[in-house]
Design a protein around this ligand. Structure first.
Ligand code: GGG
Length: 361
């Protein structure tokens, strides 16, 4: 029997609703496999916790989380707490302190879904964005002075270290080597004239170690346009923290919306737990209505299985999601249907039970 410890942080808004469906999937994985067991502990941290305690998580929150094998996260953000507090006191410290420097975000048009891009199909839309997740534009360095006066000033520093840049580029090159050997790199070295030329130079240096990988640098504005006009060019895309964040919302939009796209915040060295979460936020406009799409959260469990070395289970989860979408009967409102979060989640989970028959998990 393989045992994994998992901390569950459902968070805010639709986070708890979609996380419930992800947890049902984990239960189904345990049942179908028979040799895997998750010991989970739940932490009700987030904006409600902040309103009661003045903190998004306890002072020793990271200490509490550090010995878990994996973390399952829902979403963060509520109208009651400024976003820069909720994000900076919960998910960003987890990603940074646990060296989850790879934010892996598949951008894949699942069967059964159509892209809003006319004429683009499943073969055209299947790539992975690797977002640097610990530094860059989200480094927590800057300040404000003379607040409320005409001399007011706000400054935010982007910090790119050689160590941080090399490790994310090496991860992206290695992934590209295993896929179609095609790496697109987001840059903006024409206008951001210190950090981005540094980033480009490291790309050039490191590319020598991966002679089989075709590498192309794109300015971020052009890259965003190419995501729409020629997405079939991409296989692995690597970008800084902010560029990767923005590109992947666009990526999600071209493959069916934010309800679909999962992410893994990965510490490849496994010195700390990795964290799996939908890329979407807390969606306060639909929170509590039971209509959020749980696919991104369930697919994030698939990425967790890949990380834990059970790639065949990860694949079966994606196959089950696709099979439900191809059936087309159960869809949440973001996909044009009327199904609830629970109906969509349960349809995927029972499909998984059907597809698993005859599979050796
Ligand atoms: N599940 C992801 C989530 O809650 N995201 C909210 C957000 O805005 N996060 C900022 C970020 O991903 O960097």
């Amino acid at each position: 029997m393989q045992h994994f410890s998992m901390a569950v942080i459902p968070g805010d808004g639709i986070g708890p609703e979609v996380t419930n469906e992800a947890l049902k999937m984990i239960k189904m994985v345990e049942e179908l496999h028979g040799g895997i067991k998750f010991y989970s502990e739940h932490f009700e941290w987030g904006c409600d916790y902040y309103l009661k305690s003045g903190r998004m998580m306890p002072e020793n929150g990271l200490e509490i989380l550090k010995d878990f094998d994996v973390l399952l996260f829902g979403a963060v953000g509520a109208k009651t707490v400024p976003d820069y507090i909720s994000v900076w006191e919960l998910i960003l410290p987890i990603r940074q302190k646990f060296q989850q420097y790879v934010n892996l975000r598949p951008i894949k048009l699942l069967r059964g879904l159509e892209s809003p891009l006319r004429y683009k199909n499943h073969e055209d839309l299947d790539f992975v964005v690797i977002r640097e997740n610990t530094e860059g534009e989200y480094f927590n360095s800057g300040g404000r002075v003379h607040e409320g006066t005409p001399y007011e000033l706000a400054m935010q520093n982007s910090v790119f270290t050689r160590f941080g840049t090399e490790r994310i580029l090496n991860y992206a090159f290695t992934l590209a080597e295993k896929r179609k050997k095609n790496l697109a790199v987001a840059t903006k070295s024409n206008a951001i004239n210190f950090t981005m030329p540094f980033w480009d130079e490291l790309v050039k240096e490191i590319s020598g170690n991966y002679p089989g990988v075709q590498t192309r640098l794109y300015h971020i504005d052009a890259l965003a346009a190419y995501f729409v006009s020629r997405p079939e060019e991409f296989d692995v895309v690597v970008g800084s923290n902010l560029f990767g964040d923005i590109l992947t919302d666009l990526g999600a939009a071209i493959v069916g919306g934010l309800g679909i796209s999962p992410s893994g915040n990965i510490n490849p060295e496994r010195a700390y737990p990795s964290m799996f979460e939908p890329i979407h936020g807390s969606a306060p406009d639909i929170a509590g209505k039971g209509i959020a799409n749980p696919i991104a959260s369930i697919w994030s469990v698939g990425l967790m299985m890949d990380h834990l070395g059970h790639n065949h289970i990860g694949k079966l989860i994606v196959d089950s999601i696709e099979a439900v979408l191809v059936d087309g009967k159960i869809r949440t409102p973001d996909l044009g249907g009327t199904a609830t979060t629970v109906e969509m989640g349960e349809a995927i989970i029972s499909k998984m039970a059907q597809l698993a028959v005859g599979h050796h998990l």
